[in-house]
Write a protein that binds this ligand. Sequence first.
Ligand code: ZN
Length: 146
Amino acid sequence: MTATRWFPESMPVPAVTADTLGWWEAAAEHRLVVQACSGCGRTRHPPSPMCPACRGRSSSWKEVPGTGSIYTFTVVHQAFLPDLAERVPYVVAVVDLDEGGGARLVTNIVDAAPAEVVIGGRVGVVWEDMGPELAVPRARLLAGNG
Ligand code: ZN
C-alpha cells in the first residue's frame, strides 16, 4: 500500500496542543471528529477549550462521516514555500461537515482543477499521511457535482 501525498515533505507540521491532541489522534486513525459539548451538545471545530454557546469546559469527540458541502473556497496561486511552486494553483476550502451540527473544516480540495470547484459542491475526506502519527484530512470532489 502506498501512501497518497498531495503536498511536499517540507510542509510545516501542525502544532498540537492539549485542546487539539484528541483530534489529531483520531486523524492519525483516519477518523474525522468534531468536538461536542458535554453540557449543551453543540458541536464545534476547530477544537477549543470552552463551548461558545454555554461556556462549558467538558467535551467529547463525535465522529462524523467525512462528507460535506463546500461552504466557500479560494484558489492559491502564490507558492508560500519553494516546494509548493509546482503544486500551485491549489484550492483551500471551508467544508460544511455532514452530521457536524454546523462545524466546518478548513481543508484542501485535491485531485481537481480549481475550475471544477464550486460552492455547494459535495466532497469526501481523503487522508494524507504526513508522518507515522500525523494524518491530515484533504477533500476530493464526489461524483454528481455540477
Ligand atoms: Zn455547550
